[in-house]
Ligand binder design. Structure first.
Ligand code: ZN
Length: 342
């Protein structure tokens, strides 16, 4: 699997980036792939070569806005013992915190960040005996996890709802004042915070699965947003993209660790009783059943998810098509800029 990590480089590369843009523009104009043709711009030939290969061959590209400095594998030295990456041709040294990887494919340097593309070797997926259930459509958490084998419950990301409400209110008042640029800034800030939370929560869920020797069961929430016939709809307590992001993060983190992720039909997961299977009475955060079972509605739902049969056809075919989705590496882009290890 290929993942891209984003690391802040704290260096001023404006001069080199300006040259890189000139090289790309020259490449687009003359369609050359020889770095000798662009030596007048004064950029290292190793980098020019990469830029020309990217831009000169792409006939669709007519102009460029910003061009990153691309360093191929041969130009990168890694010392895994001290977690250091050296790029001699631009005299850059980077400290990295991301987990084990096989090799670095390339590094792209932009104004503030270095985008490090690495190949990660995945562990072989073992078919699990049990599953933990993850409810993402909860009343107050980003995810509620349950293991029916042990009866254990984890409520994760309580901050999520608070963050969402806080930023929603700020956005509303800014919108009223007509400060649209500020609205965008606030949106971006919220996205970064939620993304960080989703990284931590997905890692935690994978850790639980490893510790409990389980697979992970999720509801297949694709298309639920626009389908009113479904028994379950998004609470909109959180952004719907956040559900999908958590899923993407969970999928790739689980895959690296060899943990199976499967999907179930979300019908009745919040209405049926996880103890007897009958339709119970759900009132806000409370779930009550005629069999006597009373529990937090999200806990009951996550038990149901864990216990529900997998629709085999759906889980295999749909997952394959998601894996083939080219958006994943982008979604999997991790941020370690604040020094947090997720
Ligand atoms: Zn019951």
């Amino acid at each position: 699997m290929i993942l891209t990590y984003k690391v802040k480089h704290n260096r001023d590369f404006s001069e080199e980036l300006r040259k890189a843009k000139q090289v790309a523009e020259f490449g687009i104009k003359y369609r050359t792939i020889s770095s000798k043709d662009v030596s007048q711009f004064g950029l290292k030939s190793m980098i020019s070569n990469q830029i020309l290969r990217k831009y000169s061959k792409n006939k669709k590209v007519k102009s460029v806005k910003s061009v990153k400095l691309t360093i191929p594998n041969q130009g990168i030295k890694v010392d895994k013992d001290i977690r250091n990456i050296k790029i001699p041709c631009v005299k850059l040294s980077l400290y990295y915190q991301f987990p084990v990887f096989e090799k670095i494919n390339q590094i792209e340097i932009g104004r503030d960040f270095a985008y490090i593309s690495v190949t990660v070797i995945e562990k072989e997926t073992q078919p699990p005996i049990n599953y933990i259930g993850v409810d993402r459509n909860t009343t107050g958490h980003i995810a509620v996890v349950a293991n029916p084998e042990t009866g254990k419950i984890w409520k994760l990301g309580k901050k999520g709802l608070h963050i969402h409400n806080k930023y929603k209110n700020i956005r509303k008042s800014l919108q009223k004042q007509g400060k649209y640029r500020k609205v965008k800034q606030i949106k971006d800030r919220e996205s970064r915070i939620v993304r960080d939370l989703n990284h931590k929560i997905s890692k935690k869920i994978v850790d639980i699965a490893i510790k409990d020797n389980s697979g992970i069961k999720l509801e297949d929430l694709t298309g639920i947003r626009n389908n009113t016939k479904h028994t379950k709809s998004f609470n909109y307590s959180l952004n719907s993209w956040s559900f999908y992001q958590l899923q993407m993060f969970l999928e790739y983190k689980a895959k690296i660790q060899g943990v199976e992720v499967v999907y179930i039909d979300p019908h009745y997961t919040s209405k049926s009783c996880s103890r007897c299977g009958l339709i119970g009475n759900r009132n806000g955060k409370k779930f009550k059943c005629t069999c006597g079972y009373v529990d937090h509605a999200d806990v009951n739902a996550s038990f149901n998810i864990a216990l529900k049969d997998i629709n085999i056809d759906q889980s295999i075919e749909e997952r394959d098509s998601i894996e083939g989705n080219t958006d994943i590496p982008k979604a999997a882009l991790e941020s370690y800029t604040d020094g947090s290890f997720v």
